[in-house]
Design a protein around this ligand. Structure first.
Ligand SMILES: [Zn+2]
Length: 376
């Protein structure tokens, strides 16, 4: 029996393996140059039909210990079908048991979205006559940051930016983008057609490529939390935000969607810009319009369970949503999906999943169209 994590988005450290009892004591490694930790992804080999016991010893020391309550680990034999297994959290340890049917099996915090799949996504999308792929800049480690420009430029077209995975250990965000792009590029979809008639979209499917490959939860390779870099992005330490914000300054922006996953809250929800200086009736009305439209078209989306609202003027302006809302006076949302499940529409076998994230990503086009012509 052996455990490995030396692959794309792998993260685990072996503390000990008791080969007589098939008992594995494990630890999650810290993000690169950072104290954050929570994402895990590892492979167990040579354990067919062996009843194995796992304990993640430092689960209580992670960024969001409450994220482990009512959470079930994701498991896959083929790296496509990720199902959940019963998991418990007590005394700061995450514990689960599993008897593999095959010789090799993967465990992860959530269905991973690999760098190879990311490259497939952007290259397949660029084959559409609606799409141009551009490299916005380079990451801290020198990788290309891909942006898809979707739709044709035109006078009076609304500019929509969609960015995802600032936090690399939130792969549901890129599954969401995959569903979003698939629907947007479907020439038979009337909602997509109408959006592309009147808007041009700039989509960055993965803001934090280095951190994704490294198996980080929140940090980039420089150790930066990219979603705290929007006020004063550093060309050296947070080039991912620096180049994207620079491009936003060039294109202007009427709507931002910034896609994330939330460790603790078992629902889909958005965070808005109520705490920015200059928050006005336009933003308030449009936020409500967008939220109501999404709720009426997807039972997976709700507005009851979410983050506490910021007091007037109390927004953290280093975060993308308030910074962009304030900088451009535009409508701006942080979209959050669960790591656990959507408690409104639970699925015992899969929990919240890659497929469900994709479907939610497609569904957001309805509220986008609903508010499109009123965007300022
Ligand atoms: Zn996040």
């Amino acid at each position: 029996m052996e455990i490995s994590s030396n692959f794309d988005s792998g993260n685990i450290e072996v503390v000990s393996i008791d080969k007589k009892k098939n008992d594995f004591k494990l630890k999650i490694r810290k993000d690169t140059n950072s104290e954050f930790l929570q994402w895990f992804h590892f492979r167990l080999s040579e354990a067919k039909k062996k009843s194995c016991k796992f304990s993640i010893l430092n689960a209580g020391k992670t960024a969001y210990p409450k994220g482990w309550e009512n959470y079930n680990v994701c498991v896959s034999y083929d790296r496509e079908d990720w199902f959940r297994i019963p998991t418990t959290y007590s005394n700061g340890q995450l514990k689960f048991k599993f008897t593999p049917k095959f010789n090799s099996v993967y465990f992860a915090y959530f269905a991973p979205y690999s760098y190879e799949r990311h490259l497939d996504l952007v290259h397949q999308a660029q084959m559409s006559d609606q799409v141009t792929m551009e490299i916005v800049g380079k990451t801290y480690e020198g990788r290309n940051i891909e942006m898809l420009i979707i739709g044709k430029p035109g006078k009076n077209k609304k500019v929509i930016w969609v960015i995802a995975r600032q936090h690399p250990g939130e792969p549901m965000a890129e599954w969401f983008i995959e569903g979003f792009i698939d629907r947007l590029l479907n020439p038979d979809d009337p909602v997509s057609k109408k959006i592309l008639e009147d808007a041009i979209l700039y989509v960055v499917p993965n803001m934090n490529i280095d951190g994704s490959i490294a198996g980080n939860l929140r940090a980039s390779a420089s150790g930066a939390n990219l979603n705290r870099e929007w006020q004063k992005p550093s060309k050296k330490m947070s080039p991912e935000v620096y180049y994207v914000r620079k491009k936003m300054d060039e294109t202007g922006i009427n709507l931002l969607l910034d896609v994330h996953g939330d460790e603790e809250i078992p629902y889909n929800f958005v965070a808005c810009a109520e705490g920015i200086p200059g928050y006005d009736d336009y933003l308030k009305t449009m936020e409500k319009k967008f939220i109501d439209s999404w709720m009426s078209t997807s039972p997976d989306f709700q507005d009851t369970y979410k983050y506490p609202l910021d007091p007037p003027g109390g927004a953290n302006m280093t975060i993308a949503t308030p910074q962009i809302a304030s900088r451009y006076g535009c409508l701006s949302f942080t979209i959050e999906m669960p790591f656990k499940d959507n408690a409104d529409v639970p699925d015992k076998h899969y929990g919240w999943s890659d497929d469900r994230s994709r479907i939610l990503g497609a569904s957001v086009l309805n509220p986008v169209l609903h508010v499109l012509h009123q965007l300022r």
